[in-house]
Structures are given as C-alpha cells and as structure tokens.
Design a binder for this molecule. Structure first.
Ligand code: AMP
Ligand code: MG
Length: 409
C-alpha cells in the first residue's frame, strides 16, 4: 500500500509555501501598483525637496537683521509655484508663502504669527534661529539615491514617493490568474433557483471574492459535473491558469473524482488530507510548479482552507514576504473540547475589553453553516496536542478578512 503523507497543519502550509515561487514582473501605471510588490529599484531622478523652500507662510529674511526689533521693508513677494524676482538685501524682507522657493540672500523664515506687518515693513518679536522653517533641497532624498528597492510593498506612502519621483509606470510582480472549478451534480449557478436537491454554487463566488481580495485575478471556470468527462474538461481548462482551486469532490465519496482526474492530467498530488478541522479532506498538488489546491466542499471548510493555505501561497506568488497572518493572544470565553491529533480552527468573534481581546464562539461550528462564518471576525488556532480548553484560557487567534502583508517593508 502507498504510504500516504498526512501533514500537520503547520507542515502542510510549509510544504505549500516551499512549492510556490513569486511570478515575474510587469510594468503598470502608478495607481495599479497599490498593494503590489516592486520588481525594480527606484533611483531618485532629482532632489527632494527639489529646491529649498519655505515651510511656513511668513517672511524670508536674515536672522541677524532681527536682533534689534527694527522694521524691515518688504521688497518682494514669493508664492508657491512662483518665485521672488529679488534677493533679500541686508535689512530687508520678502513675504513668502509655504512651498515657495527660498529667495537668495535670506537665511531664515519668520512665520506670520511671529511678526507684525505695518506700512510695508515687518517687525519680528523675539529671537530668530538661523535656518528656521527652511526645507533644504535634497534633505529628504538625494538625486541618484536608491529610494525604494525591489520586493518592497507599495502602499499609499510609497505611491507618494514614486509620484514625487515622477514615476508614471513601475515594474511590479504580476498578479496570478487563479482558476476556480466547482464540482458537484447538485450545483446551479447564480441566477437559477435551485430545484429539488440542488444548491447554489456559492463556493465559487466566495473563493473568487477571496482571490480578488488578495489582489489576484479569479477565473471562474464553471462547474465540473460528477463524471469523468466533465471533470477532465473543466480541470484541464483550470490548469491553464497560474494556480487552480477546486471545490468539493476531494473526499472519499463515490463521486469524488478530483484527485483521480488531476493525476490523470499530470498533477502530482503532494499530499491529501491535513490534520486540521475543518479542512481535513484538502489535497495539494503541483504541475510544472503550478499549485493546485483541491479544497473541501463544505462552505466553511473551503473558506478556511483558502484563508490558511491558499492565501499565503498566492501572496508568495505575488512577491509578498509576509504571507501568514500573525497570531496574537485572546482570552477564550466558554469551554471547548476537541479531538487530539488535529489542529482545530474555531470561528470566533473578538471583542476588546479591559485591555484584552476576548474570543467568543461565533456560533455553531458545523462546516455547512455559513452564518457563523459571517459572524466571525477571527479564527482561533487550537493546537493539535490539546483536547480541552477552559474558559479564561489564552488562545492564539488571527484576524479574518483584510490583507496580510500590509505591514511589511
Ligand atoms: P463533497 O465534498 O462533494 O461531498 O461536498 C461536500 C458538501 O459541500 C456537500 O454538502 C456539497 O453539497 C457542498 N458543496 C459542494 N460544492 C459546493 C459549492 N460549490 N458551493 C456550496 N456548497 C458546496
Ligand atoms: Mg460532490
């Protein structure tokens, strides 16, 4: 008999992450790069600030001229976008607005609030520190400096810097096309009212939404019916994408054909079954480096196996360094008994109270019940070796939804 590898929860994720690699680069418009990972080093084409400019609305003058509180005639005006035509001569001032280039001859800016203007002259109350309120050319970024490196996540802040550097287009890691194949004779697509014994193919939509949420591109291939020919057609179609996710048909039922047909199509099944609940029946395979995730059919199982196993892989394919959601402690409310030898993923609702997160059960934990998934905002990852959890115990949780990788640098 063939020895079947049934990995532990963490081991399964490790195997998956070892299998996938970041995809290649593409050039996109700046705004398209949001949430994606740079594939090029960005060299500053010019200094930032581009020119020395005023940090305040005020007066450009020489610090030493303010010592005796004398009136300095205002000889010119400088607004942002323009510049003074004159230089600040000793004993004079130029009125200047924030962002205007600092005129020649001055060494300081005095804010309007700290000066008194009368009859075309300005008088400064109090001491002036030479250089105050001047933003020096290049003090933020020097021309020629590598300001952003390849593999950097692009957030709105990086977008600001890229725009400052005039980058209309940047090279980022390509977004994977992720095919989704649902299997089952009981499924109908949205738009049709399910007949007797039928249900809507909801998994395809939730998986597509989860794929989009990560920044990847879902490709809905449709429904493989529970016969070999239909499976062959849909799975072959799905294998054209960068990654394939299937739903259902991967258990031990009479009509569970996914693994068999995947193997027929040249997919190497790396493991089938994981020591985790929900998600036990999941299979993972690869064909020429392309990952194939055969997820269980129960809606909660497919959602959570996506969260725990598929999302990290897709994030790695998109070049992210941080691919797994961080765990943090929460205090369990209510007791729980689980089976030893498998990790349990419990849908919980986190509430912040008294300086701690409390983890409350989000409701009945059956894997067919979609409502509990909606009520949950986190997952408690209950370790395989434990059997009983008492109320008040600390458990490890991670958030549901949202993006991982958004804190990486
Ligand atoms: P299976 O693994 O094929 O035995 O399916 C397990 C359970 O998941 C069954 O109750 C199916 O009806 C349900 N299921 C299968 N596919 C889907 C789907 N695409 N959307 C919602 N539920 C599904
Ligand atoms: Mg089925």
């Amino acid at each position: 008999m063939e020895i079947q590898l049934i990995p532990a929860f963490e081991e399964a994720r490790r195997i998956i992450l070892e299998t996938v690699e970041p995809l290649g680069a593409e050039r996109v418009e700046l705004l398209e790069s949001l949430g994606r990972v740079l594939m090029e080093d960005i060299v500053a084409p010019w200094n930032l600030p581009r020119f020395s400019n005023s940090a305040m609305d005020g007066y450009a003058l020489r610090a030493e001229d303010c010592e005796d509180g004398r009136a300095l005639p205002i000889i010119d005006h400088a607004a942002a976008g323009g510049r003074a035509t004159k230089a600040v001569a000793p004993g004079t001032a130029i009125k200047i607005m924030t962002g205007a280039p600092v005129p020649d001859g001055c060494d300081s800016i005095v804010p309007i609030e700290r000066a008194e203007e009368q009859d075309g002259a300005v008088r400064v109350a109090g001491a002036v520190t030479r250089g105050q309120h001047i933003r020096l050319a290049g003090e933020d970024v020097r021309e020629g400096e590598t300001i952003l490196g390849a593999s950097r996540l692009v957030r709105p802040y990086e977008i600001n810097m890229l725009a400052c550097c005039g980058k209309e287009h940047v090279a980022v890691v390509r977004r994977p096309r992720v095919a989704i194949v649902a299997t089952g004779d009981e499924l109908v697509e949205l738009g049709k009212t399910p007949g007797p014994g039928q249900i809507v193919n909801s998994n395809a939509y939730s998986l597509a939404a989860a794929v989009s949420g990560l920044g990847a591109i879902p490709v809905l291939v449709g429904i493989a019916r529970d016969n070999l020919a239909s499976h062959r057609e849909k799975l072959a179609e799905g294998l054209k994408a960068d990654a394939l996710i299937t739903s259902a048909g991967v258990s031990v039922g009479d009509h569970d054909l996914v693994k068999k047909v995947l193997e027929e199509l040249g997919v190497e099944i790396v493991f089938w079954r994981v020591k985790v609940k929900p998600g036990k029946a999941m299979a993972f395979g690869k064909r020429e480096g392309k990952p194939v995730f055969a997820l269980p059919g129960n809606p909660v199982s497919s959602t959570l196996t996506f969260e725990e196993f598929v999302a990290p892989a897709l994030l790695k394919m998109m070049g992210h360094k941080e691919t797994v959601k961080p765990l943090f402690p929460a205090v369990l409310q209510g007791e729980l008994r689980k089976k030893k030898g498998q990790t349990q993923l419990m849908r919980v609702r986190l509430e912040y109270s008294g300086g701690k997160y409390l983890a409350l059960s989000a409701g009945k934990q059956d894997t067919g019940l979609v409502r509990t998934m909606m009520e949950a905002n986190a997952v408690a990852v209950l370790p395989a070796e434990r059997e009983f959890f008492a109320t008040g115990e600390e458990v490890q949780v991670h958030l549901l939804g949202g993006e991982v990788g958004m804190t990486e640098l």
